[in-house]
Unconditional design. Structure first.
Length: 296
């Protein structure tokens, strides 16, 4: 199985459509139907250092973790796990992956010892019909996942799974796949997309790294355009982002960090609220803009 890790460089279908057999999920450690839907997150994760630094981004992640209903499990779609095919981690004890270089030793010493939940991985494999979902026992939790969960749920006492991004597939494939994950929200599973709406590491403004927020004009333009399309629920244009002009092409040179946002947006129900947080652009070409789908 081929994996690529990029370190350097239309509304939700009626939920009744997902009322197919949940008998096996009901037997999984309390993952029974809930009276309300678990919210969905898209988190702009930025630098791995956010996992250990106390800054406004990580502090907002911490506050969000305190406000969210306690998840029974977490499914993360991270920009940093790309595969040929779609996979979900299925090991009981996923390892912490330090998939980066050039950072302080303190970052490499971080281990996020959350348990896995193989039974939930198997149920996800069974219930997703639009594509074949493979069960993976070799990946673990990469920094797109644990760097945000470490401040959000520091006790690491909630089971965590990751779902990979099939790098061969177009954005619409990922949007449609995400719609099939709606049943997890009724089981108390927190679905988290982790990436960045604007992410171009080749042109980072290193001389602006100490500024609290700095964005190139094209990065700011693309970020505002994305927010406008999200607010208007124009997910077709978001799925066709490559046609949105030069600013977007500069902001999304590769799809890996953008696609996790489509997973979160695909799960927004009709009339369901969406709110932004951490809405800033840093180092010129990285947008930390994040959003919550549903009530918190």
């Amino acid at each position: 199985m081929k994996r690529k890790t990029f370190i350097k460089a239309l509304a939700l279908a009626p939920l009744a459509g997902f009322s197919m057999s949940f008998k096996s999920l009901r037997s999984l450690g309390g993952l029974s139907d809930e009276p309300s839907l678990m919210p969905v997150l898209f988190v702009g994760h930025g630098s791995p250092m956010n996992a250990i630094e106390k800054n406004e981004f990580s502090l907002n992640w911490k506050k969000l973790g305190q406000k969210l209903p306690r998840p029974k499990a977490i499914l993360c779609i991270s920009a940093h796990w790309e595969t040929k095919g779609t996979y979900v981690t299925a090991m009981p004890k996923p390892k912490t992956i330090h998939d980066f270089g050039g950072f302080p030793n303190a970052l490499f010493e971080i281990h996020y010892p959350a348990q896995g939940l193989p039974e939930l991985a198997q149920e996800t494999q069974r219930l997703v019909k639009g594509t074949q979902v493979g069960l993976d026992e070799s990946w673990g939790l990469d920094h797109g996942c644990w760097s945000i969960l470490n401040p959000m749920f520091p006790e690491a006492d909630i089971p965590v799974l990751q779902m990979s991004i099939d790098y061969r597939k177009p954005p619409l494939y990922h949007y449609e796949l995400a719609r099939e994950l709606a049943f997890l929200r009724r089981k108390g599973v927190l679905i988290v997309g982790s990436g960045n709406l604007v992410h171009n590491l080749k042109v980072i403004a290193w001389d602006k790294i100490q500024e609290p927020e700095y964005g190139y004009d094209w990065a700011l333009e693309a970020n505002e355009l994305f927010k406008s399309l999200i607010e208007s629920k124009d997910y077709k244009k978001l799925s066709d982002y490559s046609t949105l002009g030069k600013a977007v092409k500069m902001s999304v040179p590769t799809p890996d960090h953008f696609l996790p946002a489509l997973y979160a947006l695909a799960l927004q129900g009709k009339g369901e609220e969406l709110s932004f947080f951490n809405d800033k652009t840093v180092m010129g070409s990285i947008s930390m803009t994040s959003f919550v789908v549903g009530k918190v």
